[in-house]
Design a protein around this ligand. Structure first.
Ligand SMILES: NC(=O)c1ccc[n+]([C@@H]2O[C@H](COP(=O)([O-])OP(=O)(O)OC[C@H]3O[C@@H](n4cnc5c(N)ncnc54)[C@H](O)[C@@H]3O)[C@@H](O)[C@H]2O)c1
Length: 402
């Protein structure tokens, strides 16, 4: 079905499942990663729930199980020359040891430091997040502009860029009437962490390159993702994406499930009225595939809100508690002092229609999904380290503007 797709950050929680999905759909897939995420987790003692083989082994296993070949190259994309090598036939063949599959039709950009708490753990983590995220994005934009301007860039942004405004959140853009005149602008952004602010700066950079050089870019504003099993990973447990449950890299649903299995109270930060849009990893894959199938036009920055439904943290805890009880677990809930400075009750009404119009069929968080996640986590329960579930030392500066 497809052409060549290059996945930046292809070892990651979303990158590896995407690589398998596009390979299964018939694309020529190249994945690139420098194992930054693994290195940060190792440096800070944040184990994955289960061991995950590195890319050389995972790509070989995928092929052995009948998947198409996925090419892998280990590169730090924050270095401009490394990024540019991906788009040059001779450099590509030298790096990948495989024939050049032609200019990528799409580059899927996941290669960033994605944790808000980590981004402000201390000044070094802030520096790493800003430098890494912005350099990778700007290197990609320059490389595409200079070497393959027709390539479609699909970037994963975050719903967190919008913050929690007291008005409805539109899909990326807002029509404004001011003193009798009208124009269209990027929807106002107000990041809740250093990490979210790097994503806002990504959007600004992409919008500039689109305006100046007519690049084709889709920015998918995604909510927190949950889940650990996809159609492709079901072929072998070693094909599962990695799964963090610590307070730095774990996302809330994944963390609640581990807490339920470990007999640890579900830690709700403050009142728990914080409402966000969530998405199953399988729906993320559907959304990304829809964006790739329907590329942005030259000179278009297309923005979609990539969520399936919204929940407050309190509501999520209740759902996980019920699921745990169905499986005989004694699940309790604890309201702990909020390590983030954020609104604990607020208005939240995002629009998320565009991806459905492209054919995405949403899968809400149901009992089957929760039960399936609990089952996998239970099978690795002996590896859970309660001491990394919650360490209240990390304070996020996320004050809502007054
Ligand atoms: N997972 C979520 O819930 C979620 C929600 C909203 C947005 N996002 C965004 O989606 C993207 C992917 O998220 P994820 O959860 O898969 O994160 P991840 O950390 O699992 O994956 C990112 C991958 O990029 C790699 N990487 C980072 N910097 C790199 C560099 N300089 N060179 C090469 N590789 C590099 C990392 O090693 C990692 O494997 C991120 O941009 C994140 O901001 C994720």
């Amino acid at each position: 079905m497809g052409g060549h797709i290059c996945i930046l950050g292809g070892d990651g929680y979303l990158g590896w499942p995407s690589a398998m999905r596009f390979s299964a759909l018939g694309y020529d897939v190249t994945v690139v990663d420098n194992y930054l995420r693994r290195a940060l987790c190792a440096r800070h003692g944040l184990d994955f729930l289960y061991p995950v083989p590195r890319l050389a082994e995972r790509t070989a296993l995928w092929e052995e199980l009948g998947g198409r070949r996925i090419r892998f190259v280990e590169l730090d994309l924050a270095e401009p020359e490394n990024m540019r090598a991906l788009f040059d036939a001779t450099d590509y063949e030298r790096l990948c040891g495989a024939p050049w599959p032609g200019e990528p039709e799409t580059v899927l950009h996941y290669a960033e430091q994605p944790s808000a708490p980590f981004s402000q753990r201390d000044y070094r983590c802030t520096d790493l997040t800003i430098v890494n995220n912005l350099r990778v994005t700007s290197n990609l934009l320059c490389a595409v502009r200079d070497l393959c301007p027709h390539t479609h860039i699909v970037h994963i942004g975050t719903m967190g860029e919008y913050g929690t405004p007291d008005i409805d959140i539109e899909e990326g853009w807002l029509d404004i009437t001011h003193k009798g005149r009208q124009d269209r602008f990027l929807f106002p952004r107000q990041g809740a962490s250093v990490y979210h602010t790097t994503k806002i700066m990504d959007t600004d950079l992409m919008w500039f390159f689109v305006r100046a050089w007519k690049l084709r870019v889709t920015d998918l504003m995604q909510g927190p993702v949950y889940g650990l099993e996809t159609e492709e990973s079901r072929r072998h447990p070693d094909l599962r994406p990695y799964f963090n449950y610590d307070d730095q890299f774990g996302t809330v649903i994944n963390r609640f499930i581990v807490q339920a299995v470990a007999g640890y109270p579900l830690t709700i930060y403050g009142k728990g009225g914080q409402t966000r849009g969530y998405i199953n990893i399988n729906d993320t894959l559907q959304c990304v595939a829809a964006a790739v199938r329907h590329p942005a036009r030259p000179g278009e920055l297309r923005i979609f809100n990539q969520i399936t439904e919204t929940f407050s943290v309190r509501e999520l805890a209740r759902r996980v508690q019920e699921a745990g009880r169905r499986r005989g677990l004694d699940v309790t809930v604890a309201h702990v002092e909020n390590p983030r400075t954020e609104a604990e009750e607020h208005y939240y009404n995002p629009t998320y229609k565009a991806l459905r119009e492209l054919g995405v069929v949403p899968h809400p968080l149901d009992d089957e999904v929760l039960d399936g996640m609990i089952e996998v986590v239970q099978s690795h329960a002996v590896r859970i380290r309660p001491e990394i579930i919650f360490r209240p030392a990390v304070k996020c500066e996320t004050r809502k503007q007054e």
